[in-house]
Design a protein around this ligand. Structure first.
Ligand code: ZN
Length: 502
């Protein structure tokens, strides 16, 4: 084996191991750490971040990559080695192209912005947050020009989360979703029938919820020998390695559906992490693909599987036995309709699968407008409310319930939102393909036999790591490019049946 490549592997694996330590420090902070340790932990994290940055920008790594780039051009490598070299090169160049001043300014504004956002949200005062947003916009445009000068600045920001995807690809897809979903939501809203959801509220003991959460997660394939489940304020999937995947949830005594579906969501992320091809080393090729593909894996289980009638029919008996006082008088059909009820609301994270994309599209259009300078930060509250009225027929009474609700902009994460909806579209397209290849999928779900489904995802998606771009992956798996029609047809069929629309 080429000595430069051996050298590269050693360096990349060391960086991966340090990142694993960082990730477990972050998990500990969210799950276990005593509150009094926050300052010392911040120093530990900063020190480790410094070490990782040093390793990642080491000129010796640059020299090694330069040598490998030459042999790369000659086509000397297989696909896996080629992927490792290309990814390492991209990361290295991204790190060294950004001036240190800009790195520091972005990091400083991220932590300060978070504090200002929390206060502005609390006082319902957008004007306090506006200066942060303006400054971030400038910094993120400068960042884009340094790192990906060939892309438009907003495309460069999207690229960070959804490699290879641009406004030119997203806009027509989102236009099509608006065209189809707004009338569907209107039809649902104006219909006289609405599912009864009152029984989903009540008192549900936390221990019983946890028992169910662990059972469902294990049933669908989470390997507890290589993972953990704990409690945190915001549910997430973290961990340091495919052999150490950590998911969290939170329990509300008054609502068991929320924690149950959030654990199914995080289990979807976790199955992807546990299914990564770590036998190839702790190297870039074994990492997961984009945010959108990751989200497709969580939404695949949360929505395509767990919100289906087959899934409800398998588990409803368990739910009823666990919470007899709440569900005794409820039928399976009533339960299925209640968990799929579609109601426009102000808050994105609480939205159902039909209205959710419109929350994302609204944010995408705002970000695009800010980057191409057709919108100004000061006008955002008004534009936000107008779009909410146009897309969902409701106007938030306060900015806290509107433009100030998400934390993303307080950390400068522009270009992140589209991934949520791209994930939903990928998930639906993957599911259609699974059913085509395994026509007994619904029966399997109804029997609680999730093995063939997990295996399909392992073979088609997880085991490829970062080898393919999301565009290649969706084409390889489904035989087609990203196509919103799968999602639109799925929603129309499902919700016409639930709401008895003609
Ligand atoms: Zn997720």
């Amino acid at each position: 084996m080429n000595q430069h490549y051996i050298n590269l592997v050693q360096r990349l694996e060391e960086i991966a191991h340090l990142n694993g330590v960082m990730s477990n420090l972050g998990w500990d902070q969210e799950v276990m750490m005593p509150a009094g340790a926050s300052e010392s932990r911040a120093k530990q994290i900063a020190a480790l971040a410094g070490v990782i940055h040093e390793r990642a920008t080491d000129p010796a790594l640059g020299d090694c990559l330069k040598e490998l780039q030459e042999t790369s051009k000659a086509g000397a490598w297989g696909a896996i080695e080629q992927c490792n070299i290309q990814e390492a090169l991209r990361n290295y160049e991204m790190e060294i192209r950004i001036p240190k001043r800009l790195v520091q300014e972005i990091a400083e504004l991220s932590s300060r912005g978070q504090v200002i956002w929390v206060a502005a949200r609390q006082h319902n005062k957008f004007s306090d947050f506006a200066p942060v947003l303006k400054r971030f916009l400038k910094l993120k445009i400068e960042w884009a020009q340094c790192v990906l000068p060939n892309l438009q600045p907003y495309d460069a920001n999207i690229d960070l989360f959804e490699r290879g995807t641009t406004m030119a690809m997203i806009t027509p897809v989102f236009e099509r979703l608006k065209q189809e979903l707004i009338p569907l939501i209107n039809a649902i809203q104006s219909h006289s029938y609405h599912p009864d959801t009152t029984f989903l509220r009540g008192t549900f003991a936390t221990e019983k919820q946890e028992f169910l959460a662990r059972k469902l997660s294990r049933d669908i394939g989470f390997d507890f020998d290589r993972g953990r489940m704990d409690v945190s304020v915001h549910p997430f999937c973290g961990g340091s390695h495919p052999t150490d995947v950590r998911i969290t949830t939170r329990y509300s005594e008054s609502n068991f559906i929320e924690s149950l579906y959030s654990i199914i969501h995080e289990t979807g992320h976790a199955l992807y992490e546990q299914g990564r091809p770590h036998q190839l080393g702790d190297l870039p090729v074994t990492e997961s693909s984009t945010m959108g593909i990751h989200e497709s894996q969580s939404l695949f289980w949360e929505r395509m599987i767990a919100q289906s009638k087959s899934f409800c029919s398998h588990y409803f008996k368990d739910f009823r036995e666990t919470f007899p006082d709440n569900l005794r008088a409820v039928s399976l059909e009533e339960f299925y309709r209640a968990i799929n009820n579609c109601t426009p609301g102000f808050i994105r994270v609480e939205a159902d699968e039909v209205t959710y994309p419109l929350h994302v599209i609204l944010r995408y259009e705002i970000e695009r407008g800010l980057f191409d300078d057709t919108l100004s930060v000061d006008d955002l509250p008004g534009i936000w409310n107008e779009s909410m009225q146009k897309y969902l027929g409701i106007t938030p009474p306060t900015d806290t319930l509107g433009v100030l609700q998400d934390s993303h902009w307080s950390g400068g994460a522009f270009g992140y939102f589209p991934s949520y909806t791209l994930g939903a579209l990928y998930a639906c397209q993957f599911y259609q393909k699974l059913v085509q290849e395994q026509p007994d999928t619904e029966q399997n779900i109804a029997l609680g036999n999730f093995k063939p489904i997990k295996q399909w995802l392992n073979e088609k998606i997880h085991c490829h790591g970062k080898l393919y771009s999301p565009q290649e992956l969706i084409k390889n798996v489904t035989g087609a490019h990203l196509n919103p029609d799968y999602f639109i047809t799925y929603l129309k069929t499902k919700y016409s049946e639930i709401y008895q629309l003609s």
